[in-house]
Write a protein that binds this ligand. Structure first.
Ligand code: MG
Length: 330
């Protein structure tokens, strides 16, 4: 999160495991109709002029580590229509190639270049902001590969007298989020390093059940140092800008943000983040948001004051599944 940006309670909701690397708890999943979904005129209107999509992974194309019904066909239909997309997920413990292989194992045609993770968005940010400078990155080895070509300090190097880093990056480090490494990170930040968070999720579900996540360690370092961490994953702008840059490369030109729609199942992570950048957004009912919760959000959209509407994660449209969104695109 960029310093000074408001936090919402829902930002602290647990994230789920994108690629089936742990256990994902079922939420209010609905069963979308596969095949040729009927096109909702209001959805078509809300998406008029959309040129590209940013798709969340969990609750949009996968759930519980498996492809959602109709997701394979929906991605194929997007391809057929020539509409570029990016998958944007806060999962950051693995390289994009690892995630792509899991998606492809489920029949989802997603190349790794079309995935943006909190780790890859962070790596793009550090490459642009701190080129050639030493970085202290705590994450799993597979996620660490996203930083290939950048100057990553070995953990022990931070113990050298006068050690300096341009930035400390906290990711899904699991056992590497040890006291020794957090203490090293603490001293480097006191010595002038910027604090970067791949995400701020406090806990998530794994095979062990509810599991402490790296956001809790980000908050610990903020508390101890007084620093405000820069959030590189959703719902911060860096992740969305990374996805938009990739879409512009696909299209061969910059695309106005209003012509790009975020499709997600999480109002705070997906919808609010996209709205802050001016993108359009569609909330799906195939993941963590129930139809009743979506109806409440839309009720606020109809009856609230403009200030209330701006302050809430209100999507431009709600759709049963990705298939209906793709069917409604020109
Ligand atoms: Mg999701």
């Amino acid at each position: 999160m960029a310093a000074g940006e408001p936090r919402t309670a829902a930002e602290d909701a647990p994230k789920t495991d994108t690629a089936g690397l742990g256990t994902v708890v079922p939420m209010h999943a609905t069963t979308p109709a596969a095949g040729n979904p009927a096109t909702d005129p209001s959805l078509r209107e809300a998406l008029a002029g959309i040129r590209a999509l940013v798709l969340d992974a969990d609750g949009v194309i996968v759930l519980k580590g498996r492809a959602l019904p109709g997701a394979v066909e929906a991605l194929a239909a997007l391809e057929a229509k020539g509409i570029p997309f990016r998958i944007a997920t806060n999962f950051s413990g693995a390289h994009r190639a690892t995630l792509a292989a899991r998606f492809q194992g489920d029949g989802l045609r997603v190349s790794w270049e079309r995935i943006v993770t909190a780790a890859s968005a962070t790596a793009a940010h550090t490459a642009a902001t701190f080129p050639g400078q030493p970085l202290f990155v705590i994450t799993r080895p597979d996620g660490r590969r996203e930083f290939d070509g950048q100057h990553l300090m070995p953990y022990e190097e931070a113990d050298a007298p006068g050690a300096r880093a341009a930035a400390v990056v906290i990711g899904d480090g699991a056992e590497d989020l040890s006291f020794a490494n957090l203490d090293r990170a603490f001293r480097l930040i006191r010595g002038g390093a910027a604090l970067l968070a791949m995400h701020r999720n406090p806990w998530w579900f794994t095979a062990r059940g509810p599991t402490l996540d790296s956001g809790a360690f980000v908050v610990a370092l903020e508390f101890a140092t007084g620093a405000d961490a820069v959030l590189c994953g959703k719902p911060g702008p860096i992740m969305f800008r990374t996805a938009l840059a990739g879409l512009a490369a696909d299209l061969g030109h910059r695309v106005p943000v209003r012509d790009v729609a975020m499709v997600g199942d999480d109002p705070a992570q997906d919808i609010a983040g996209a709205r802050r950048l001016g993108m359009r957004s569609v909330l799906l009912l195939t993941g963590k948001t129930s139809a009743a919760e979506a109806a409440t959000l839309l009720g606020v959209a109809r009856s609230g004051t403009p200030a209330v509407r701006r302050s809430r994660a209100i999507p431009d449209a709600v759709a049963p599944s990705l298939a209906e969104v793709v069917a409604a695109l020109d």
